[in-house]
Design a protein around this ligand. Structure first.
Ligand SMILES: *Cc1c(COP(=O)(O)O)cnc(C)c1O
Length: 368
Protein backbone atom coordinates (compact mmCIF):
# COMPACT_ATOMS: atom_id res chain seq x y z
CA UNK A 1 0.00 0.00 0.00
CA UNK A 2 1.26 3.48 -0.84
CA UNK A 3 0.85 5.43 2.39
CA UNK A 4 1.76 8.72 0.71
CA UNK A 5 -1.31 8.37 -1.51
CA UNK A 6 -3.50 8.13 1.58
CA UNK A 7 -2.79 11.76 2.50
CA UNK A 8 -5.00 14.61 1.33
CA UNK A 9 -3.94 16.09 -2.03
CA UNK A 10 -2.79 19.30 -0.30
CA UNK A 11 -0.51 17.43 2.09
CA UNK A 12 0.85 15.21 -0.71
CA UNK A 13 1.99 18.36 -2.51
CA UNK A 14 3.76 19.82 0.53
CA UNK A 15 7.48 19.95 1.21
CA UNK A 16 8.58 20.28 4.84
CA UNK A 17 9.60 23.76 6.01
CA UNK A 18 13.35 24.29 5.42
CA UNK A 19 14.86 25.87 8.52
CA UNK A 20 18.23 27.63 8.64
CA UNK A 21 21.02 25.13 9.15
CA UNK A 22 21.70 24.68 12.88
CA UNK A 23 25.26 25.28 14.10
CA UNK A 24 25.41 21.74 15.55
CA UNK A 25 24.64 20.29 12.12
CA UNK A 26 27.53 22.18 10.53
CA UNK A 27 29.82 20.90 13.29
CA UNK A 28 28.56 17.35 12.71
CA UNK A 29 28.73 17.39 8.90
CA UNK A 30 31.77 19.58 8.19
CA UNK A 31 33.67 19.54 11.49
CA UNK A 32 33.44 23.34 11.66
CA UNK A 33 33.17 24.55 15.24
CA UNK A 34 33.58 28.32 14.97
CA UNK A 35 30.74 28.92 12.55
CA UNK A 36 28.37 31.88 12.69
CA UNK A 37 24.67 31.60 11.94
CA UNK A 38 23.02 34.45 10.09
CA UNK A 39 20.21 32.31 8.75
CA UNK A 40 17.08 32.55 10.89
CA UNK A 41 16.60 36.22 11.78
CA UNK A 42 17.30 35.68 15.45
CA UNK A 43 18.35 38.61 17.63
CA UNK A 44 22.17 38.52 17.93
CA UNK A 45 21.90 40.12 21.40
CA UNK A 46 19.62 37.35 22.65
CA UNK A 47 16.87 38.11 25.13
CA UNK A 48 16.97 40.71 27.91
CA UNK A 49 18.98 39.69 31.01
CA UNK A 50 15.68 40.16 32.88
CA UNK A 51 14.32 37.16 30.96
CA UNK A 52 17.08 34.92 32.26
CA UNK A 53 16.49 36.19 35.80
CA UNK A 54 12.77 35.44 35.54
CA UNK A 55 13.40 31.98 34.08
CA UNK A 56 15.94 31.15 36.78
CA UNK A 57 13.44 32.19 39.43
CA UNK A 58 10.79 29.85 38.02
CA UNK A 59 12.98 27.02 36.84
CA UNK A 60 11.73 24.61 39.49
CA UNK A 61 10.01 21.24 39.73
CA UNK A 62 6.61 22.83 40.24
CA UNK A 63 6.80 24.86 37.02
CA UNK A 64 8.11 21.90 35.02
CA UNK A 65 5.61 19.41 36.43
CA UNK A 66 2.36 21.34 36.13
CA UNK A 67 0.54 22.10 32.91
CA UNK A 68 0.88 25.75 31.93
CA UNK A 69 -1.91 28.26 32.52
CA UNK A 70 -3.90 27.40 29.41
CA UNK A 71 -5.49 30.84 29.38
CA UNK A 72 -2.15 32.63 29.71
CA UNK A 73 -3.74 35.06 32.16
CA UNK A 74 -0.65 36.94 33.36
CA UNK A 75 0.95 37.41 29.93
CA UNK A 76 -2.36 38.53 28.43
CA UNK A 77 -2.71 41.14 31.16
CA UNK A 78 0.76 42.48 30.40
CA UNK A 79 0.14 42.42 26.64
CA UNK A 80 -3.23 44.13 27.11
CA UNK A 81 -1.46 46.99 28.89
CA UNK A 82 1.31 47.09 26.32
CA UNK A 83 -1.16 47.43 23.42
CA UNK A 84 -3.90 49.28 25.34
CA UNK A 85 -6.38 46.58 24.35
CA UNK A 86 -8.77 44.17 26.15
CA UNK A 87 -7.22 40.79 27.15
CA UNK A 88 -10.14 39.15 25.31
CA UNK A 89 -8.65 40.38 22.02
CA UNK A 90 -5.46 38.33 22.52
CA UNK A 91 -4.71 34.77 21.34
CA UNK A 92 -1.41 33.23 22.40
CA UNK A 93 0.41 30.83 20.11
CA UNK A 94 3.28 28.37 20.10
CA UNK A 95 5.15 30.97 18.07
CA UNK A 96 3.16 33.24 15.78
CA UNK A 97 3.27 30.50 13.12
CA UNK A 98 0.84 28.63 15.34
CA UNK A 99 -1.55 31.60 15.27
CA UNK A 100 -1.33 31.87 11.46
CA UNK A 101 -2.29 28.22 11.28
CA UNK A 102 -5.20 28.74 13.71
CA UNK A 103 -6.63 31.48 11.48
CA UNK A 104 -6.50 29.24 8.42
CA UNK A 105 -8.09 26.36 10.32
CA UNK A 106 -10.82 28.44 11.94
CA UNK A 107 -11.97 30.16 8.73
CA UNK A 108 -11.26 27.90 5.76
CA UNK A 109 -11.96 24.44 4.37
CA UNK A 110 -11.16 22.87 0.99
CA UNK A 111 -14.12 24.88 -0.35
CA UNK A 112 -12.29 28.19 0.29
CA UNK A 113 -9.35 30.16 -0.99
CA UNK A 114 -6.61 32.19 0.70
CA UNK A 115 -4.81 35.13 -0.93
CA UNK A 116 -1.12 35.90 -0.44
CA UNK A 117 1.74 37.32 -2.50
CA UNK A 118 4.55 35.83 -4.52
CA UNK A 119 7.77 35.77 -2.39
CA UNK A 120 5.60 35.84 0.78
CA UNK A 121 6.53 34.04 4.00
CA UNK A 122 6.18 30.32 3.25
CA UNK A 123 4.02 29.51 6.27
CA UNK A 124 0.99 31.06 4.48
CA UNK A 125 1.32 28.44 1.75
CA UNK A 126 1.89 25.66 4.29
CA UNK A 127 -1.19 26.64 6.31
CA UNK A 128 -3.35 26.93 3.19
CA UNK A 129 -2.27 23.69 1.60
CA UNK A 130 -2.43 21.57 4.76
CA UNK A 131 -6.12 22.46 5.02
CA UNK A 132 -6.68 21.79 1.33
CA UNK A 133 -7.80 25.36 0.71
CA UNK A 134 -6.88 26.94 -2.62
CA UNK A 135 -3.93 29.36 -2.80
CA UNK A 136 -4.39 32.55 -4.83
CA UNK A 137 -0.88 33.94 -5.25
CA UNK A 138 -0.55 37.48 -6.65
CA UNK A 139 2.59 38.62 -8.50
CA UNK A 140 5.00 40.74 -6.45
CA UNK A 141 5.62 44.39 -7.32
CA UNK A 142 9.18 45.66 -6.76
CA UNK A 143 9.75 42.43 -4.78
CA UNK A 144 6.98 43.40 -2.31
CA UNK A 145 3.24 42.75 -1.93
CA UNK A 146 1.04 44.46 -4.55
CA UNK A 147 -1.95 45.26 -2.35
CA UNK A 148 -4.09 46.44 -5.30
CA UNK A 149 -3.49 43.12 -7.03
CA UNK A 150 -4.26 41.27 -3.79
CA UNK A 151 -7.53 43.16 -3.41
CA UNK A 152 -8.49 42.41 -7.01
CA UNK A 153 -7.56 38.74 -6.58
CA UNK A 154 -10.10 38.12 -3.82
CA UNK A 155 -12.82 35.75 -5.01
CA UNK A 156 -16.26 34.82 -3.68
CA UNK A 157 -14.80 31.83 -1.78
CA UNK A 158 -11.87 33.79 -0.29
CA UNK A 159 -11.92 33.83 3.51
CA UNK A 160 -8.39 34.92 4.44
CA UNK A 161 -5.68 37.26 3.12
CA UNK A 162 -2.17 37.01 4.53
CA UNK A 163 -0.03 40.17 4.45
CA UNK A 164 3.51 40.10 5.85
CA UNK A 165 4.49 43.60 6.90
CA UNK A 166 7.41 43.64 6.47
CA UNK A 167 7.70 40.48 4.40
CA UNK A 168 10.27 37.76 4.97
CA UNK A 169 12.45 37.07 2.93
CA UNK A 170 12.22 40.35 0.96
CA UNK A 171 12.11 42.90 3.83
CA UNK A 172 9.60 44.94 1.81
CA UNK A 173 6.74 46.78 3.52
CA UNK A 174 3.45 48.62 3.07
CA UNK A 175 2.99 52.12 4.52
CA UNK A 176 0.07 53.44 6.58
CA UNK A 177 -1.90 54.88 3.65
CA UNK A 178 -1.57 51.80 1.46
CA UNK A 179 -2.55 49.37 4.18
CA UNK A 180 -5.43 51.49 5.50
CA UNK A 181 -6.79 51.86 1.95
CA UNK A 182 -6.68 48.11 1.57
CA UNK A 183 -8.60 47.60 4.82
CA UNK A 184 -11.21 50.19 3.77
CA UNK A 185 -11.86 48.42 0.48
CA UNK A 186 -11.64 44.73 1.37
CA UNK A 187 -14.89 42.79 1.79
CA UNK A 188 -15.69 42.59 5.48
CA UNK A 189 -16.23 38.81 5.42
CA UNK A 190 -12.56 38.33 4.49
CA UNK A 191 -10.17 37.97 7.43
CA UNK A 192 -7.08 40.12 6.83
CA UNK A 193 -4.03 38.88 8.73
CA UNK A 194 -1.22 41.41 9.01
CA UNK A 195 1.89 39.57 10.17
CA UNK A 196 4.08 42.03 12.08
CA UNK A 197 6.86 39.66 13.12
CA UNK A 198 9.48 42.38 12.54
CA UNK A 199 7.42 45.26 13.96
CA UNK A 200 10.13 46.71 16.22
CA UNK A 201 12.69 46.96 13.40
CA UNK A 202 10.26 48.41 10.85
CA UNK A 203 8.78 50.89 13.33
CA UNK A 204 11.90 53.05 12.92
CA UNK A 205 10.11 54.31 9.75
CA UNK A 206 7.47 56.92 10.57
CA UNK A 207 5.17 55.74 7.76
CA UNK A 208 5.20 52.14 9.00
CA UNK A 209 1.76 51.29 10.46
CA UNK A 210 0.99 49.78 13.86
CA UNK A 211 -2.12 48.00 12.55
CA UNK A 212 -3.44 47.12 16.02
CA UNK A 213 -4.79 50.68 16.34
CA UNK A 214 -7.25 49.90 13.50
CA UNK A 215 -8.81 46.85 15.16
CA UNK A 216 -11.91 48.69 16.40
CA UNK A 217 -12.65 50.04 12.90
CA UNK A 218 -11.96 46.74 11.14
CA UNK A 219 -13.37 43.69 12.97
CA UNK A 220 -12.04 41.42 10.19
CA UNK A 221 -8.42 42.45 10.95
CA UNK A 222 -6.00 40.10 12.75
CA UNK A 223 -2.54 41.37 13.71
CA UNK A 224 0.15 38.87 14.63
CA UNK A 225 3.34 39.50 16.60
CA UNK A 226 6.11 37.28 17.90
CA UNK A 227 8.72 37.07 20.64
CA UNK A 228 11.06 35.18 18.29
CA UNK A 229 12.72 38.16 16.62
CA UNK A 230 13.34 41.49 18.43
CA UNK A 231 12.68 39.89 21.85
CA UNK A 232 15.24 37.17 21.20
CA UNK A 233 13.10 34.20 22.30
CA UNK A 234 12.90 32.06 19.15
CA UNK A 235 13.60 28.81 20.98
CA UNK A 236 10.74 29.14 23.47
CA UNK A 237 8.04 29.42 20.76
CA UNK A 238 5.71 32.21 21.77
CA UNK A 239 3.71 34.67 19.66
CA UNK A 240 0.22 36.12 19.62
CA UNK A 241 -2.66 37.56 17.64
CA UNK A 242 -4.63 40.72 18.34
CA UNK A 243 -8.15 40.67 16.94
CA UNK A 244 -11.83 41.32 17.55
CA UNK A 245 -12.88 39.30 20.67
CA UNK A 246 -15.19 37.11 18.53
CA UNK A 247 -12.26 36.15 16.31
CA UNK A 248 -10.18 35.45 19.43
CA UNK A 249 -13.05 33.25 20.67
CA UNK A 250 -12.96 31.25 17.42
CA UNK A 251 -9.16 30.88 17.46
CA UNK A 252 -9.41 29.73 21.06
CA UNK A 253 -11.76 26.90 19.96
CA UNK A 254 -9.25 25.38 17.53
CA UNK A 255 -6.15 26.05 19.64
CA UNK A 256 -4.35 23.16 21.36
CA UNK A 257 -5.21 23.54 25.06
CA UNK A 258 -1.63 24.21 26.23
CA UNK A 259 -0.03 25.67 23.13
CA UNK A 260 2.00 28.25 25.08
CA UNK A 261 4.31 26.62 27.64
CA UNK A 262 5.02 27.91 31.15
CA UNK A 263 8.62 29.00 30.56
CA UNK A 264 7.59 30.84 27.39
CA UNK A 265 4.81 32.66 29.25
CA UNK A 266 7.25 33.73 32.00
CA UNK A 267 9.95 34.76 29.52
CA UNK A 268 7.61 36.75 27.29
CA UNK A 269 6.27 38.73 30.22
CA UNK A 270 9.77 39.61 31.38
CA UNK A 271 10.83 40.46 27.81
CA UNK A 272 7.97 42.94 27.43
CA UNK A 273 9.19 44.69 30.55
CA UNK A 274 12.59 45.54 29.06
CA UNK A 275 11.90 47.75 26.05
CA UNK A 276 15.32 49.38 26.45
CA UNK A 277 16.89 46.03 25.54
CA UNK A 278 14.70 45.81 22.44
CA UNK A 279 15.77 49.30 21.40
CA UNK A 280 19.46 48.40 21.82
CA UNK A 281 18.85 45.54 19.40
CA UNK A 282 17.05 47.82 16.96
CA UNK A 283 19.94 50.33 17.00
CA UNK A 284 22.49 47.55 16.49
CA UNK A 285 20.39 46.30 13.59
CA UNK A 286 20.21 49.74 11.93
CA UNK A 287 24.00 50.09 12.03
CA UNK A 288 24.58 46.53 10.81
CA UNK A 289 22.05 46.94 7.99
CA UNK A 290 23.84 50.08 6.82
CA UNK A 291 27.18 48.27 6.94
CA UNK A 292 25.91 45.34 4.86
CA UNK A 293 24.14 47.58 2.33
CA UNK A 294 27.34 49.63 1.90
CA UNK A 295 29.37 46.45 1.46
CA UNK A 296 26.96 45.12 -1.19
CA UNK A 297 27.21 48.45 -3.05
CA UNK A 298 30.98 48.19 -2.94
CA UNK A 299 31.01 44.56 -4.14
CA UNK A 300 28.42 45.40 -6.79
CA UNK A 301 25.64 43.09 -5.58
CA UNK A 302 22.03 44.24 -5.84
CA UNK A 303 20.00 43.85 -2.67
CA UNK A 304 16.36 44.34 -1.78
CA UNK A 305 16.09 47.30 0.63
CA UNK A 306 14.82 45.82 3.91
CA UNK A 307 13.18 47.17 7.07
CA UNK A 308 13.61 43.84 8.88
CA UNK A 309 16.65 42.40 10.66
CA UNK A 310 17.80 40.67 7.48
CA UNK A 311 18.63 41.59 3.90
CA UNK A 312 18.23 39.57 0.73
CA UNK A 313 21.01 40.00 -1.79
CA UNK A 314 21.53 38.91 -5.40
CA UNK A 315 24.80 36.94 -5.53
CA UNK A 316 24.25 35.19 -8.87
CA UNK A 317 24.68 31.45 -8.44
CA UNK A 318 23.16 31.45 -4.97
CA UNK A 319 23.32 27.71 -4.29
CA UNK A 320 27.05 27.53 -4.94
CA UNK A 321 27.79 30.71 -3.02
CA UNK A 322 25.68 29.40 -0.13
CA UNK A 323 27.69 26.21 -0.12
CA UNK A 324 31.03 27.99 -0.34
CA UNK A 325 30.06 30.27 2.58
CA UNK A 326 28.98 27.21 4.56
CA UNK A 327 32.41 25.61 4.10
CA UNK A 328 33.94 28.77 5.57
CA UNK A 329 31.62 28.54 8.57
CA UNK A 330 29.14 31.24 7.55
CA UNK A 331 25.53 30.04 7.52
CA UNK A 332 23.06 32.15 5.54
CA UNK A 333 19.76 31.22 3.92
CA UNK A 334 19.14 30.25 0.31
CA UNK A 335 15.72 31.48 -0.88
CA UNK A 336 15.27 29.53 -4.11
CA UNK A 337 12.07 28.11 -2.65
CA UNK A 338 10.71 31.68 -2.69
CA UNK A 339 11.31 32.03 -6.45
CA UNK A 340 14.51 33.96 -5.67
CA UNK A 341 17.11 31.54 -7.06
CA UNK A 342 19.89 34.16 -7.29
CA UNK A 343 19.43 35.59 -3.81
CA UNK A 344 20.65 34.75 -0.33
CA UNK A 345 19.01 36.06 2.83
CA UNK A 346 21.40 37.26 5.52
CA UNK A 347 20.43 38.09 9.09
CA UNK A 348 22.07 41.19 10.53
CA UNK A 349 24.42 39.92 13.23
CA UNK A 350 26.85 41.35 15.75
CA UNK A 351 29.38 43.76 14.18
CA UNK A 352 32.12 41.08 14.16
CA UNK A 353 29.74 38.57 12.55
CA UNK A 354 28.79 41.07 9.85
CA UNK A 355 32.49 41.69 9.13
CA UNK A 356 33.22 37.97 8.89
CA UNK A 357 30.29 37.53 6.51
CA UNK A 358 31.42 40.42 4.27
CA UNK A 359 35.02 39.22 4.23
CA UNK A 360 34.00 35.64 3.42
CA UNK A 361 31.52 36.73 0.74
CA UNK A 362 34.21 38.84 -0.89
CA UNK A 363 36.63 35.93 -0.90
CA UNK A 364 34.05 33.48 -2.22
CA UNK A 365 32.83 35.82 -4.97
CA UNK A 366 36.32 36.64 -6.18
CA UNK A 367 36.98 32.91 -6.63
CA UNK A 368 33.70 32.13 -8.40
C1 LIG B 1 9.96 34.69 11.85
C2 LIG B 1 8.62 35.01 11.30
C3 LIG B 1 7.47 34.76 12.05
C4 LIG B 1 7.58 34.28 13.47
O1 LIG B 1 7.54 32.95 13.61
P1 LIG B 1 7.43 32.36 15.09
O2 LIG B 1 6.56 31.17 14.89
O3 LIG B 1 6.76 33.40 15.95
O4 LIG B 1 8.80 32.05 15.53
C5 LIG B 1 6.25 35.10 11.53
N1 LIG B 1 6.14 35.68 10.33
C6 LIG B 1 7.21 35.97 9.60
C7 LIG B 1 7.06 36.69 8.32
C8 LIG B 1 8.49 35.63 10.06
O5 LIG B 1 9.56 35.89 9.31
Amino acid sequence: MNLINLATPGVQGLHPYQPGKPLEELAREYGIHDAIKLASNENPLGPSPQVQDALRQHFDTETLTRYPDGGGFALKQTLAQHHDIEPGCITLGNGSNDVLDLVARAFTTSAHSIVYSQHAFVVYMLATQSIGARSIVTPAKNWGHDLDAMLAAIEADTRVVFIANPNNPTGTWADKTTLKNFLEQVREDVIVVVDEAYFQYAATRTEYPDCAVWLSEHPNLVVTRTFSKAYGLASLRIGYALSHPDVADLLNRVRQPFNANSLALIAAEAALGDQAHVQRGVALNEAGMQRLNDAFDEIGCNYIPSVGNFVTVDVGDANNIYDALLRQGVIVRPVGGYELPNHLRVTIGLPEENERFIETLNAVLSKS
